[in-house]
Design a protein around this ligand. Structure first.
Ligand code: URA
Length: 426
């Protein structure tokens, strides 16, 4: 490998030039080994933020992140593997339903997940509200559970794409998170290293998503689909609306309960609609000719869910933690619900204790919000709009303040906006 000067690499990207494969590989290697300083990598990230990466540069950047760690070996399983990644939303509990449902259709679903940060929840935080459930599995345990149950939701090991963790922490404090090539390489390097054969991406757009513009969401989806496909992972993206919260429940145990409702054939229609849309893409990607709706309606998805929770030490029939303090937020005028701001509801759930500001903060299992009204519904004065759940009165008050202006009430009727916006294929 040639030796490069970090300053030359930064200068090239600052001036909108193209980095060679060797320059990218050297820079990321040297950064990983502490030979490129944090301030130099910060400067390069900012240059990429403004000037982007070509397709080739992005492939090389992603390859190097993957090669910084191990790859999970998932070949030789008795079922084809397919995973899902969501860019994060409010009330997004889809993984809890989707993974067992797609396993019930005959695929193996390796969902290596993370924790929530800020106003969006994390799948592991939700499942950890189930007594006894264990997030950390060894690679051998993951393989064994995929073979026996067909679905695993567990913590992504420290061995996958370690340089991404270092880069992500740096991006977080240098205002360089919101870059399409950097987000794409960060997400896709971990999914490619996980070893799945196929992947569906749920790219959220709207008030409660970290991408607010449809055009940007489409560009992110297109970039990730190309990266996946170029790395041999059959990838499709579904753009979905995240203006209003998904379903009614926002908060860890509350969302587990709602997921079980859906698996038992009840629950909010939007959660069911999105789960089935993503499940259909997943089975199609791995060539399984089964309609997931039949497996949801005949209880097979729920059966796999129970086995999946038990396999990781959890009791799927246990009563989940319940908040000590509850309060309703009441509406003050007659009219029609025009919008419910997912961001405000997400922030309220966070303030109530369901989310964390820093990676090391604990979360409350019981805290959160239940949305009692939906967009398009008629509402009268005095009707409760939200149920707030918290472990103490101080958190309850913070949640009440955060949710105060979340609902817009109008006079005329409105149609609820579509959830499924566009599908992006290669
Ligand atoms: N999630 C990731 O894993 N990386 C990003 O850059 C953004 C979201």
């Amino acid at each position: 490998m040639n030796y490069f000067s970090a300053v030359d690499v930064i200068t090239t990207k600052r001036d909108d030039g193209v980095l060679s494969d060797d320059a990218i590989t050297w820079m990321l290697d040297a950064y990983e080994h502490g030979e490129v300083a944090e301030e130099q990598m910060s400067a390069l990230l900012m240059a990429i933020y403004f000037n982007g990466l070509s397709d080739r540069e992005l492939n090389t950047w992603t390859d190097r992140i993957i090669e910084s760690g191990e790859r999970l070996e998932l070949t030789g399983l008795s079922r084809p593997t397919v995973d899902k990644h969501s860019t994060g939303g409010v009330g997004d509990k889809i993984s809890l339903i989707l993974a067992p449902l797609v396993a019930a259709c005959g695929a193996a679903v390796p969902q290596l997940s993370g924790r929530g940060l800020g106003h969006t929840g994390g799948t592991l935080d939700k499942l950890e509200s189930i007594p006894g459930w264990r997030a950390f599995l060894s690679n051998d345990e993951i393989r064994a559970q995929l073979d026996s149950v067909g679905a695993v939701i567990c913590a992504a090991g420290q061995g996958l794409a370690p340089v991404d963790r270092k880069l992500y922490s740096l991006r977080d404090v240098t205002a360089t998170v919101a870059s399409i090539p950097l987000i794409s390489s960060s997400i896709m390097s971990k999914k490619i290293a996980e070893g799945t054969q196929a992947l569906v991406l749920d790219v959220k757009v709207g008030r409660g998503a970290f991408i607010k513009s449809f055009e940007q969401a489409r560009e992110l989806a297109t970039t990730m689909v190309r990266l996946g496909t170029d790395h041999g992972v059959a990838t499709i993206a579904q753009l979905t609306s995240m203006n209003a919260p998904l379903g009614r429940a926002v908060g860890n145990a509350l969302e587990v309960n709602e997921s079980v409702d859906v698996l038992q054939g009840h629950g909010p229609s939007d959660v069911r609609e999105l789960t089935l849309a993503l499940a259909r893409i997943m089975v199609e990607l791995v060539g399984i000719d089964v309609d997931p709706e039949t497996k949801l309606d005949n209880g097979s998805g729920y059966e796999v869910y129970q086995r999946m929770i038990r396999a990781q030490g959890g009791d799927p029939d246990a009563t989940l933690p319940v908040a000590a303090c509850r309060d309703d937020v009441v509406n003050h005028e007659d009219g029609v619900v025009h919008s419910i701001d997912a961001l405000a509801v997400g922030i309220a759930a966070w303030r109530l204790g369901a989310g964390r500001a820093r990676k090391e903060d604990p979360v409350s299992a019981a805290a959160g919000v239940v949305c009692l009204v939906r967009e398009g519904e008629a509402i009268s004065e005095g009707q409760p709009m939200f149920e707030l759940h918290a472990d103490d009165q101080a958190h309850l008050q913070q949640g009440r303040d955060a949710i105060a202006n979340a609902v817009v009430i109008g006079e005329r009727s409105v149609n609820a906006e579509p959830l499924l916006l566009e599908r992006i294929t290669n």
